[in-house]
Design a protein. Structure first.
Length: 250
């Protein structure tokens, strides 16, 4: 043994012009080359984060050893009790993965294992328990109320209109709301048009707005509460203002 290497003696004979020569060759094989590759070690858990919208984010560190063969894939598995309920793949360079389709109110634990060309390595230890909490419930008392006449301007022309209050109250179920995402559309037969995109946000203390809209305006409004993890179920209402016929909804 020389400096961590092993020596292999190879003998052979060959005839040269009637003589026999003894050939001796020495091959040096390093210990790393001599050893066969094995499966990877166990990854180490980092953290598990709840996203509440039926998903969980998991993070890990790679094994201390890849077994002498590069890691090809990680498999992350969610467990309820001791039963595996969901597995997802992650590439060899990944150190995190999001698992979707989980159930609110259920306790999950997670484990991860690495694979290489030899096979499956050991599982990591189980993560800490994670219980997915609910999103906010639907806003309550969502309403459009005519508050009296006004003069609305559509395409630069004044028209008789109505002051409409668009309002709502906080959810009474689920997680507390930290804000609201709303969408509003207002289309009238006199050419008035107004729209909000659904991602328009309001703070938790904002519970209503007012507009002066022409009579005959078809107003549609939808709203959902969120808590920073995702939107809860939305509520949508629609109303025709004043006594003038509204456009037919498309």
């Amino acid at each position: 043994m020389l400096g961590g290497a092993s020596m292999r003696l190879i003998r052979g004979t060959v005839a040269v012009s009637g003589a026999v020569l003894l050939l001796v060759s020495l091959s040096v094989v390093t210990a790393t080359q001599a050893a066969a590759a094995s499966v990877p070690g166990a990854p180490t858990w980092g953290t598990v984060l709840e996203t509440r919208d039926g998903r969980a984010g998991v993070y890990w560190a790679p094994p201390a050893s890849d077994g002498g063969s590069p890691i090809t894939v990680y498999v992350v598995t969610a467990y309820v009790g001791y039963a595996p309920v969901l597995s997802v793949l992650a590439g060899p360079a990944k150190r995190d993965r999001v698992l979707s389709g989980l159930t609110y109110g259920t306790t999950y634990r997670f484990r991860v294992r690495a694979y290489n060309a030899v096979g499956a390595g050991s599982f990591s230890t189980a993560s800490k328990p994670l219980v997915l909490g609910p999103l906010p419930g639907p806003p309550t008392n969502v309403h459009l109320i005519d508050q009296g006449p006004c003069t609305a301007t559509a395409t630069g022309v004044p028209y008789p209109g109505e002051i409409v209050d668009v309002g709502w109250e906080p959810p009474v179920t689920g997680a507390p709301a930290t804000g609201y995402h709303a969408a509003l559309s207002a289309v009238s037969s006199v050419g008035y048009g107004l729209s909000w995109v659904p991602t328009l946000g309001f703070g938790a203390t904002k519970l209503g707005i007012s507009y002066c809209l022409p009579n005959g305006t078809l107003v549609g409004f939808s709203i959902a509460a969120f808590d920073g993890f995702g939107d809860g179920p939305g509520v949508a209402i629609q109303e025709c203002l004043g006594g003038t016929a509204c456009p037919v909804p498309v």
